[in-house]
Design a binder for this molecule. Structure first.
Ligand code: 5RP
Length: 237
């Protein structure tokens, strides 16, 4: 029997919670944690908060978005502000796509810049994902890019030259109808359909002035917990 869309969504939600719960096994008292963004990360933060409130874990953390920070604060997770020398023992975050080498597309939730900053300052990045995120080749999910508003027209031209089909992310609730990141920048979702050489594309995107950060996270994740039904598989690059 083919699952209905509602069943698929509830399976996906269950897998997200399962991946989040499994990730708690990586957490030890005394750790400084990076907290990811998006719904899978929110499930992890919620479970982590329960452990902190029960006195079972003593940790400190910094969040990769205002939304995750607000959730962590609500759950009484002690929060650290960015400062020189601050490093993270472990960051737990979701992904929009991951391949067998644990190359990632991230930024569907718009938090890719802070995510890349914290994850670069982390000794260990653990990705938590439902099975829909696993792909043979990156690129079906449009690649998110954080872009300085002034540079937008030229960034769009450059992305088309690279073979992408860029779409400026909308937000109907804002006066100009455009989504803003926590930094006040625009988000562009660039459709490539298939990214044959992610490392090469990353270099090309880094060379475009006005792109503050791109959503390719390459060589950064140490492990991923991918939930498929009742199973949680641990993937390593
Ligand atoms: C936010 C992200 C998220 O981790 C990604 O979008 C996955 O989100 P979700 O867990 O809701 O599927 O990169 O910038």
């Amino acid at each position: 029997m083919t699952p209905t869309p509602t069943t698929q969504v509830s399976n996906q939600e269950a897998e997200k919670r399962h991946a989040a719960a499994t990730a708690l096994r990586w957490v030890r008292s005394g750790m400084v944690l990076g907290l990811g963004s998006g719904s899978t990360s929110a499930a992890f933060i919620t479970l982590l908060g329960e452990k902190v409130q029960a006195g079972e874990l003593q940790i400190e953390a910094t969040a990769t978005s205002r939304a995750s920070e607000a959730l962590a604060r609500q759950l009484n997770i002690p929060l650290l502000e960015p400062r020189r020398g601050l490093r993270f023992d472990l960051t737990v975050d979701g992904a929009d796509e991951l391949d067998a080498q644990l190359r990632l597309i991230k930024g569907g939730g718009g938090a890719l810049l802070r995510e890349k900053v914290l994850e670069t300052a982390s000794d260990y990045l653990l990705i938590i994902a439902d099975s829909s995120k696993y792909v043979r080749q990156l690129g079906r999910f449009p690649l998110p890019l954080e872009v300085v508003p002034f540079a937008l027209p030229w960034v769009l031209d450059s992305l088309e030259t690279l073979g992408g089909a860029p779409v400026v992310r909308p937000n109907a609730q804002l006066p100009d109808g455009l989504y803003r990141s926590d930094q006040g920048n625009l988000l562009v979702d660039c459709h490539f359909n298939a990214i044959a050489e992610p490392e090469q594309l990353a270099l090309q995107l880094q060379a475009i002035p006005g792109i503050v950060e791109h959503g390719l996270f390459l060589g950064m994740a140490q492990a991923a917990v991918m939930a498929r039904g009742e199973q949680a598989e641990v993937l390593r690059p």
